[in-house]
Design a protein around this ligand. Structure first.
Ligand SMILES: *Cc1c(COP(=O)(O)O)cnc(C)c1O
Length: 468
């Protein structure tokens, strides 16, 4: 090893750290992107996508030019994005972001904190603790609830179901961490026919076996029918949904939780985007009884419009959560304070709660209410405008999701591509009771009246072009 070369590298990096030009450049590019994200085509143009081939370079043999690297991201990269920040992206369930959170994230990223332990990041631990407290207030959850800050709801589901597995087995006298599923009696998994695909994934990953799921029939908005629940018992994990990914529908939470609690079952609520109804002054009836469950999974990067990757796992049973996610080693020195790794499957991770903290601090309770209630309001507006334009809306718009079914469902895919390629709006497809449909998820703070009008106009243009 040539130590001169190491010295050279260090000298170069020290100079970059000191002068800050690169960061100024990156911030300048970011400002440009934010300022132009509301009037541009939502989908990238074909030329912009083709230009992404500019990234297909061979691995460099030697050091590059930092300025050119950052510029390449802007000149080739920015144009190759689907613009999810504006008011006309309705695919998946996708939040936008707020400048306060982005700025907080840039600040926190410059600290490069490992959120693993209090010892490695007191600031992260304190902010996580405050986020946990604020979330409990917003959702009205029991005092003993603990929060883990994870990448998204997929991971939060895994945490919640793992906690359930640990506790249900503990009550049967089995330490599941030690014995493993092969040596343990079977648990029962009960969920609605419309459970999200990541619920099924978590069930599979945790070894429960998807063939063991006891499916419960749903109503015409995709909500579990309580009367159809099988007899629950103390070996049952019941998984409810607050926000059907297509219709936005809510399972009857209070009634199901009461039955589950009386039977000694564990209830997990998947509320990836829908749990936020609990923080709305007019929509909280949707999540009535929420506090009776034992664990919850929710995203900050959807309804709350926090940047990716931001999910939260919540559990009323701290012992079950921390035992399910147990981790130890002589070099992992715990403190009397909050050690983040106890509540997540990950060990090292970025201090993502800071993005969430900044968003909550900016919005306040009232701002969260305005945002969540506003998404519902705009979704209702979208549904009315679509109906007036002669499109069939097939769900009850209880929250932020609108499902449109074409007269000729066979044209759904071509129709949706036409809308996407127009650059006017971005919507995705799905299936609703086995028929192809178009999903419109109103999830960005930015969606305004004009965005709704432009989206309806793009639908009308697609109808003229495709559905003759
Ligand atoms: C999005 C979603 C998930 C998965 O969340 P990710 O953050 O994408 O991992 C789970 N359940 C529902 C209902 C969702 O909408």
């Amino acid at each position: 090893m040539n130590t001169n070369k190491l010295l050279q590298l260090q000298t170069e990096l020290h100079a970059q750290m000191r002068d800050g030009d690169l960061l100024d450049k990156a911030c300048g590019q970011a400002k440009h992107y934010l300022a132009h994200s509301y009037d541009r085509h939502v989908a990238p143009s074909r030329e912009a996508v083709e230009a992404l081939a500019g990234f297909n370079e061979s691995l460099p043999e030697s050091r590059g030019d930092p300025t050119a690297i950052i510029e390449q991201l802007h000149t080739i990269g920015s144009a190759g994005t689907v613009c999810q920040l504006g008011g006309r992206f309705f695919g998946l369930v996708n939040g936008s972001l707020m400048p306060t959170a982005l700025a907080a994230r840039i600040t926190a990223d410059s600290w490069d904190q490992n959120a693993v332990l209090y010892a490695t990041s007191p600031v992260n631990a304190v902010i996580e603790q405050n986020c946990e407290r604020w979330l409990k207030q917003l959702f009205g959850l029991p005092d003993t609830t603990v929060a883990g800050f994870v990448s998204g709801t997929s991971m939060a589901l895994l945490c919640g179901l793992a906690a359930a597995r640990w506790r249900l087995y503990e009550k049967l006298g089995t330490d599941i961490n030690e014995v493993g599923l092969a040596g343990a009696p079977k648990l029962r998994i009960v969920t609605g026919r419309h459970a999200h695909s990541t619920v099924i994934k978590a069930i599979a990953l945790l070894g429960f076996g998807t063939q063991n799921i006891e499916w419960v029939e749903v109503d015409d908005n995709g909500c579990l029918i309580a009367d159809q629940l099988p007899e629950l018992d103390s070996r049952t994990l019941l998984i409810l949904q607050a926000g059907n990914v297509n219709s936005g529908g809510y399972d009857p939470i209070r009634h199901c939780c009461e039955l589950a609690n009386a039977a000694g079952a564990w209830t997990h609520i998947d509320g990836a985007f829908g749990l936020w109804a609990a923080a709305s002054s007019t929509l909280s009836h949707l999540t009535d009884g929420l506090e009776l469950a034992q664990s919850w999974s929710v995203d900050a990067h959807k309804t709350l419009n926090v940047p990716y990757d931001n999910g939260i796992s919540l559990c009323v049973d701290e012992q079950a959560m921390t035992h399910a996610l147990q981790n130890s080693g002589a070099y992992i020195v715990r403190s009397e304070q909050r050690d983040g790794l106890l509540y997540t499957p990950e060990m090292s991770r970025r201090a993502r709660a800071i993005d969430l903290w900044a968003t909550l601090k900016y919005l306040g309770r009232e701002g969260v209410d305005v945002l969540v209630t506003g998404l519902h309001h705009q979704a209702q507006h979208m549904a009315r405008a679509m109906t007036q334009a002669g499109f069939k809306v097939v769900n009850q718009v209880v929250f932020n999701q609108v499902i449109v079914q074409l007269d000729n469902p066979a044209t759904t895919s071509a129709f949706t591509s036409h809308v996407q390629q127009s650059g006017e709006a971005w919507v995705g497809t799905s299936e609703w009771f086995e028929a192809p449909v178009i999903r419109i998820s109103v999830c960005s703070w930015a969606t305004a009246e004009t965005d709704i009008q432009r989206t309806v106009a793009a639908f009308e243009a697609a109808r003229s072009a495709i559905c003759k």
